[in-house]
Design a protein around this ligand. Structure first.
Ligand code: NDP
Length: 281
């Protein structure tokens, strides 16, 4: 592979989990990676020192750290080809059980952080008239459910932002794909990542409470393999026509099929009411 065909990746949350696996897969494919993390020492420990890797400090909730990381990336590689907005975390609890502070903190990372990084990188991609943005949503960005309502709402926001970006950036030669993993075997459901609401309300024991129990029992047993996911993501960035959405995992595909069927059935059942509110022609 010549230097010209190597791409430069910019990845948030590269310290562990999906971000770390995408970093490894991109390096294995011969590309350059600007791997970013709140604590960049962990990047050196994990990936070692190599010419192809630039470890940089970046907390998505800090605009100044984002700006400094993009500057460092350009100083070293002169361009950015693939942005992976991966940093994020989960929150389990019924909507009513979730405190305002927990909601705000989650949005700061999963939504406002993603927007901050995207705004910082887009001028580079627009100038190049090329690039690919990969936004980590979730199957929970396509369908919501008990116990994950607020988390899913952040991923619905990611989907809305991504769908608009896709349309705004296609004319400028920039691709956008929103990734929708199902349950992937990372530390996502471990206490160092996921936040459990402080409040638990007995009325939600059979809905949110059950989901909380299940999440604990599937942690580190999830069906999705982050290494295979990362390889699929690297392949995706080499496709001629990358999709707007890519579900990742058979559980994600099944959940999306179920939701599509439900929406189609409900749309049909209520079509007459839906169309009845237009002004008469
Ligand atoms: P992990 O908990 O294993 O890793 C999360 C990563 O995000 C860590 O590198 C963490 O850094 C980083 N991070 C969290 N907050 C910030 C922040 N403020 N600034 C910078 N980095 C931050 O989870 P996954 O790898 O599984 O999750 C990655 C993405 O995939 C998330 O957006 C998640 O919502 C999404 N996802 C995951 C699924 C799964 O089942 N695993 C399913 C669907 C979506 P640090 O090490 O410093 O804590």
């Amino acid at each position: 592979m010549t230097k010209q065909t190597k791409r430069v990746w910019f990845i948030t949350g590269a310290s562990r989990g999906i971000g770390a696996e995408i970093t490894s897969a991109a390096l294995a494919a011969g590309d350059f990676v600007v791997a970013t993390a709140r604590d960049p020492k962990r990047l050196v420990e994990r990936f070692g020192a190599t010419e192809a890797l630039l470890p940089v400090a970046l907390d998505v909730t800090s605009e100044s750290s984002v700006a400094a990381a993009v500057e460092a990336a350009l100083a070293r590689f002169g361009r950015i080809d693939v942005l992976v907005n991966n940093a994020g975390y989960g929150l389990i609890g019924a909507v009513e059980e979730t405190s305002g502070e927990d909601v705000r903190r989650l949005y700061e990372t999963n939504v406002f952080g993603l927007l901050t990084v995207t705004r910082a990188v887009l001028p580079v991609l627009r100038k190049q008239r090329s690039g690919h943005i990969l936004n980590l949503s979730s199957v929970g960005g396509y369908r919501s459910g008990p116990g994950f309502g607020v988390y899913c709402s952040t991923k619905f926001a990611v989907e809305g932002i991504s769908e608009a970006l896709h349309a705004e950036l296609a004319p400028l030669g920039i691709a956008v794909t929103v990734l929708e993993p199902g349950y992937i075997r990372t530390e996502f459901l471990e206490s160092k990542s996921v936040v459990d609401t402080e409040a638990t309300i007995p009325d939600y024991a059979e809905t949110s409470g059950k989901v909380r129990e299940r999440a604990k029992s599937v942690s580190l047993q999830q069906p999705g393999d982050p290494v295979r996911l990362a390889r699929a993501v690297v392949d995706l960035t080499r496709a001629d026509n990358p999709p707007l959405r890519l579900p990742l995992g058979s559980d994600a595909v099944a959940a999306i099929e179920t939701k599509n069927a439900f929406v189609a059935q409900e749309l049909e059942a209520w079509r007459d009411v839906s169309v009845s509110i237009d002004f008469p022609r």
